[in-house]
Design a protein around this ligand. Structure first.
Ligand SMILES: NC(=O)c1ccc[n+]([C@@H]2O[C@H](COP(=O)([O-])OP(=O)(O)OC[C@H]3O[C@@H](n4cnc5c(N)ncnc54)[C@H](O)[C@@H]3O)[C@@H](O)[C@H]2O)c1
Length: 452
C-alpha cells in the first residue's frame, strides 16, 4: 500500500493555513492601530506576534495589562490564551507568514512627511525576510511609498536575494507586498471594526489574493484595488474629504457667528435632505494622527508632479486658525466683563482631540492652552482621560488635571472637548463664564454662555 501526501503550492499553502488558522501573523507597531488589529486576529484564533520598539508597551502587554483606554486587560489576557505574545526581537519575523506594519507616519518640523518609522521598520524586516512571506503596509502615507520606499529597502537588504513578486512572476525567490489602509474611527461605537470594509492593493494579483484571504478572516468585506498606489490614494481621499468639509463648516461657522445664525441648527436642518448632503461639524480645530496630517502627505508628493493641491492648503489654513479663534473669543468674552485675559484664571475642559477617547495627538486643546498662556492667562485643564500631561512631540505642558469641584474659582471655563461624562448644566450653573467651542451647552439657557 502506498500513502499519498498532498503537496501544496505556496499559494494553496498560504490559503489553507489561513483557513485552518495555522498561518502565523506578525503585527509591527502596537499602538492605536496595531494593538486592536492584533486582538481581531487573536479573536479569530490566529497565533499573533506583536512587535514594538517601545519596551514599556511590550512589557505591559506581556504582563497582561493595556495602555489604551478602550482595550481592557481582559482582552489582552484572552489574546494571550490564543497564543498572542509581544516582543522587541525582530529575528522572530522569519518564522511568520504575514507581517503587517502599523507604525507612525507623522509630519516633521517642516510639515513634510516623516517616513523614518516606515524606513526603520523596513531595515529591521529585511534581514529576516524569507520567501513567500506577505508584507502589508497599513500606515497612512502618500501614493508611491510602498513601491518607492518599502520594497526597495526590503529587496536591497534581505540576505536571500529575494524580490517582490510582480508582473505575475511569483516563485520561491519572491515575497508579496500589499498596501491596505487602516480606516478606524476612534471612539465610534456605532460601527463595529469588522463592518469597516478593508481596501487591499497588492503589487500583483497573488498578493491581493493572499491579503484578501487573511483580512476576510477578520473583516466582513474586502475591497481589492489594482495597486498599492490606488490603495494609498483611497485612504488619503477619505481623509482629505473630511479635512476640506470640516474647514468649510468651520469657515461658515465664523460667518454665522457674525450674522447671529446658529450653524448647528442650520446643519441639522440641511441634514434632513435625503441626498447630496453629509453633515460635518465645526469645532476648535483639527486633532488626531490622521486628519491634520495625512492631507499634507499628498500636498508634498504633488509638488513632484508640479501640482498644487489648493483645496488641501486652504482647508489647512482655515482649520489651523480655529484654535486662535477660540482664544480670541475667550479674550473678548472676558473683555465684555471688563477683565483682561492677562492674569485671568482659565479652565480648559478636555485635552483629547475628540470626545470620549484617550488620544491627545495634535489636539487643538494643546495649542489653545499654549496660546492662553502666551496671553498671560493662568491656565488649568480637566480631562478624565488624562490625570497628567507632560511632554509630547510639539508641547511640554507638565500639568495635572484640576478637579471640577474647583470650577467656581475660574474666571472662564472653555469647552474644547465635549466628553460625554461632563455634566454641562452643572458646569454652566457653577462657572462664572463658559466659552463653548463644541455646542456642548446646546439647549441650556444661561447668560454666562458664549458660543464660539
Ligand atoms: N490612530 C488612528 O485612529 C489611525 C486611523 C487610521 C490610520 N492610522 C495610521 O496608522 C499608523 C499608526 O498609527 P497609530 O495611531 O497606531 O500610531 P501609534 O503611535 O499609536 O502606534 C505606533 C506604534 O509603533 C511603534 N513603533 C514605532 N517605530 C517602530 C518600529 N520601527 N518597530 C516597531 N514598532 C515601532 C511605536 O512605539 C507605537 O507603539 C499611522 O500611519 C496612522 O496615520 C491611524
Amino acid at each position: 500500500m502506498s500513502s499519498t501526501t498532498a503537496v501544496f503550492s505556496p499559494a494553496q499553502s498560504f490559503l489553507e493555513k489561513t483557513k485552518s488558522r495555522q498561518l502565523r501573523v506578525g503585527v509591527i507597531g502596537l499602538g492605536y492601530v496595531g494593538l486592536p488589529l492584533t486582538l481581531l486576529f487573536s479573536e479569530q484564533k490566529f497565533h499573533v506576534t506583536g512587535f514594538d520598539v517601545d519596551r514599556k508597551k511590550v512589557g505591559a502587554l506581556m504582563a497582561g495589562s493595556s495602555y489604551i483606554y478602550r482595550i481592557l486587560p481582559e482582552e489582552i489576557a484572552a489574546a494571550k490564551m490564543s497564543g498572542f505574545r509581544a516582543t522587541t526581537d525582530y529575528s522572530e519575523l522569519s518564522q511568520l507568514d504575514a507581517i503587517i506594519i502599523c507604525v507612525p507616519t507623522p509630519l516633521n518640523e517642516h510639515h513634510e512627511p516623516d517616513l523614518s518609522y516606515i524606513e526603520n521598520t523596513a531595515h529591521a524586516i529585511a534581514p529576516n525576510l524569507r520567501s513567500c512571506q506577505l508584507i502589508v503596509l497599513e500606515s497612512t502615507t502618500y501614493p508611491g511609498t510602498t513601491e518607492e520606499i518599502l520594497i526597495p529597502i526590503l529587496e536591497k537588504e534581505n540576505r536571500l536575494g529575494l524580490k517582490a513578486a510582480r508582473n505575475g512572476v511569483a516563485g520561491s525567490n519572491t515575497f508579496h507586498v500589499v498596501f491596505s489602509p487602516e480606516r478606524e474611527d476612534p471612539g465610534n461605537t456605532q460601527v463595529a471594526r469588522r463592518d469597516i470594509p478593508k481596501v487591499i492593493g497588492g503589487l500583483e494579483p497573488l498578493a491581493t489574493q493572499y491579503a484578501s484571504a487573511l483580512y476576510n478572516s477578520i473583516f466582513n468585506r474586502v475591497v481589492p484595488v489594482s495597486s498599492p498606489a490606488a490603495a494609498e490614494m483611497t485612504k488619503l481621499i477619505e481623509n482629505i474629504y473630511r479635512c476640506v468639509n470640516i474647514a468649510l463648516v468651520n469657515e461658515l461657522k465664523l460667518l454665522c457667528l457674525r450674522m447671529g445664525i446658529d450653524i448647528f441648527e442650520v446643519i441639522r436642518a440641511a441634514s434632513t435632505k435625503p441626498f447630496g448632503f453629509q453633515p460635518f461639524y465645526p469645532g476648535p480645530g483639527l486633532g488626531g494622527h490622521c486628519i491634520p496630517i495625512d492631507p499634507f502627505y499628498l500636498s508634498w508628493k504633488a509638488k513632484e508632479f508640479d501640482f498644487q493641491t489648493r483645496f488641501i492648503e486652504l482647508a489647512g489654513e482655515v482649520n489651523l486658525a480655529m484654535p486662535y479663534h477660540v482664544v480670541s473669543s475667550v479674550a473678548q468674552a472676558l473683555n465684555k466683563r471688563k477683565q483682561p485675559l492677562n492674569g485671568s484664571k482659565v479652565l480648559v475642559l478636555g485635552l483629547a482631540y475628540k470626545k470620549d477617547i484617550d488620544d491627545l495627538r495634535e489636539s487643538p486643546s494643546l495649542t489653545i492652552i499654549e496660546l492662553l498662556q502666551k496671553g498671560g492667562a493662568s491656565v488649568s485643564y480637566n480631562d478624565p482621560f488624562f490625570p497628567t500631561v507632560g511632554r509630547g512631540r510639539h508641547y511640554d505642558l507638565q500639568m495635572a488635571s484640576t478637579a471640577l469641584s474647583e470650577i467656581e474659582e475660574f474666571d472662564c471655563v472653555v469647552i474644547v472637548t465635549d466628553h460625554s461624562s461632563y455634566d454641562y448644566p452643572d458646569i454652566v450653573r457653577r462657572a462664572k463664564l463658559v466659552v463653548d467651542s463644541r455646542n456642548a451647552t446646546e439647549g441650556i439657557a444661561a447668560g454666562n454662555i458664549v458660543h464660539c
